[in-house]
Design a protein. Structure first.
Length: 323
């Protein structure tokens, strides 16, 4: 439903987005990740027809966003960064105005506003000027306008920015509910969000795509993938670490004391298909030694570590390839 090909944006001599290509199908929730200034918002503005590309193309449901901007925009819901303009309007007035801009009939507009208000839980502030609302409510007004016309494509720039944990949870649930029938792109700095709602993640750095895969595939690139984490309560000694280190197939071990507990992370000597054998061996040893086990599990990998290894601004390309 979204096809991006060689999309590029120059601001004078500076290349903010550098020949990126990807597609998004119905049912996908693509998480767009990258450090500040990586080019996420610029890419989203180009996909939604608000910024002209310097080169390359973006097509939405077959419509080129430059050649057929309006046709493409009809099919897109766009949540830009920050809060909606028109701060002196109330959410009701603003959403009704947007419904009119979207050319919905009066009857359709009423239903669409009701639906969007319900989905984003705005009813308690419907008649209060947007400028006087909290950041979380203002963000939700933006969300409501983006889904008002029930578009098949949603482009959301940091949809949960400024929301409290409960609101974040609700917005993620809303995105999850809409996911099956839409193609959704969200940008985010919150890595747990990627794991929670994205079917695929795309990492962008200095305007270029440096990784593209499912959250699980990205986590498999982590050095923690298939490591085993063991947390013990009470006093642990050097001897405990030595006993763990002497298990067969252990390459190295990290020890992290925290309060009354210590977490040992065991890295296997060889990348394995599965970490269950190592988990079993650690569990056996812990039983034999009568250690007070608080937690024991195989690590899926850590997205934050993969993100850092791919986007360190000082990393040379060969280091990034090796990551
Ligand atoms: N209109 C503009 N003129 C000049 N440079 C711009 C313009 N818009 C963006 N840039 C630059 O392009 C780069 C990419 O910006 P962009 O806003 O797309 O990044 P981002 O990944 O969305 O960052 P953030 O996570 O901080 O929102 C930045 O270096 C930014 O300063």
């Amino acid at each position: 439903m979204i096809v991006i090909d060689g999309l590029t944006k120059q601001f004078g001599p500076f290349t903010a987005v550098d020949r990126i290509s990807f597609s998004v199908a119905r049912g996908e929730v693509l998480g767009f990740l990258g450090p500040n200034g990586a080019g996420k918002s610029t890419t989203m503005k180009m996909i939604t027809g608000f910024l002209a590309p310097s080169a390359g193309s973006a097509r939405v449901c077959g419509h080129d966003v430059v050649a057929s901007t309006l046709a493409a925009q009809r099919l897109i819901g766009y949540l830009p960064e920050g809060a909606p303009a028109y701060g002196d309007m109330t959410p009701r007035g603003f959403l009704t105005f947007i419904a009119r801009v979207r050319r919905l009939s009066a009857a359709e507009a009423g239903k669409a506003v009701d639906r969007a208000v319900e989905a984003t839980e705005l009813s308690s502030v419907l008649d209060q000027p947007i400028d006087t609302l909290s950041k979380g409510f203002r963000r939700r007004v933006g969300l409501a306008q983006s889904i008002l016309h029930n578009p098949p494509v949603l482009i959301m720039d940091e949809p949960t920015d400024g929301l409290d944990p409960n609101q974040k949870f609700e917005v993620r649930k809303l995105i999850g509910r809409m996911a099956a029938e839409k193609a959704i792109v969200i940008s985010t700095h919150i890595l747990e969000e990627v794991d929670a709602i994205c079917t695929r993640a795309l990492i962008i750095d200095h305007g270029q795509i440096v990784a593209d895969g499912t959250p699980a595939a990205l986590m498999a690139r982590s050095r923690y993938h298939n490591a085993v984490s063991l947390t013990l309560g009470g006093q642990t000694t050097v001897a405990t670490a030595e006993k763990l280190r002497s298990l067969p197939g252990i390459a190295s071990i990290e020890v992290a004391p925290r309060g009354e507990e210590t977490t040992f992370t065991l890295f296997p000597a060889q990348a394995r298909e599965s970490d269950t054998l190592l988990v079993d061996a650690v569990a056996r040893l812990a039983r034999e030694e009568n250690w007070p086990v608080r937690a024991l599990y195989g690590e899926p990998g850590r997205l934050d570590e993969v993100f850092r290894s791919l986007t360190r601004s000082d990393a040379r390309p060969e280091e990034k390839d090796a990551a």
